[in-house]
Ligand binder design. Structure first.
Ligand code: ADP
Ligand code: ZN
Length: 213
């Protein structure tokens, strides 16, 4: 089972991924999470990605394609994968399709989560994330404990550098320019399933379950 989660930053892809991966027993592969882990560990990939990420720019396709190819060869991906944050450009989508064809595999579903832009900005600006387990909180909708210690893993809860107002504006523009065209690309291939992401996380999860069954 290969599922691609598509949608602008702030639509709740990470939140929904948890429920989907449990339902299908497939790993959640988030290119953003992998890059942030590399950044935290100061690996060469992390150092190269840092400046792009902090400004809300995309990391070059070649780096991402290597990263994803490596991740997908690990044993846990053999029964499938839930991709979150990849593909993000037409070039990535085409390269991924070629790689799948070569392995006689195909995407099963592309889930497009849509949320109006003003709501996205509000969600992103208030978002806080755990460094340990990537759990997300929101200052208004799901406030983190005052200690900023994650109840799940004791990790530190922080605000991502790219959740600043300026980086948010840039990420939404980059999404509209480079990632939004993937909707047409996947609609043509008939993989696309669109779900309204503006309801509560539980309601969105129900809508996703309906659309995948
Ligand atoms: P978002 O909340 O914007 O969806 P992610 O956590 O998926 O954020 O990604 C954070 C950053 O990591 C992006 O702004 C970009 O710099 C980089 N990144 C993640 N995935 C990709 C990708 N597939 N291609 C290029 N850059 C990526
Ligand atoms: Zn945690």
């Amino acid at each position: 089972m290969i599922i691609v989660l598509l949608g602008p930053p702030g639509t709740g892809k990470g939140t929904q991924a948890t429920a989907i991966k449990e339902r299908y027993g497939i790993p959640h592969v988030s290119t953003g999470d992998i890059l942030r882990a590399n950044l935290a560990q100061g690996t060469p990939l992390g150092l190269e990605a840092k400046a792009y990420m902090e400004k809300g720019e995309l990391v070059p396709d070649a780096l991402i394609l290597d990263l994803v190819a490596d991740r997908l060869t690990l044993p846990d991906c053999q029964k499938g994968v839930l991709l979150d944050g990849f593909p993000r450009t037409l070039a990535q989508a085409e390269a991924f399709d070629r790689a799948l064809v070569a392995q006689k595999k195909a995407i099963d579903h592309v889930l497009f989560l849509s949320v109006p832009e003003d709501a996205l900005t509000r969600r992103l600006a208030g978002r806080r994330v755990c460094r340990g387990c990537a759990a997300t909180y929101h200052v208004d909708f799901n406030p983190p404990p005052a200690s900023l210690v994650c109840p799940g893993c004791q990790g530190e809860i922080y605000q991502r550098a790219d959740d600043s107002q300026e980086a948010i504006r840039n990420r939404l523009k980059v999404y509209n320019d480079l990632t939004d065209p993937l909707i047409g690309y996947y609609r043509e291939k008939a993989y696309l399933r669109e779900v309204d992401g503006s309801e509560s996380p539980a309601r969105v999860a129900e809508a996703i379950a309906r659309s995948l069954s």
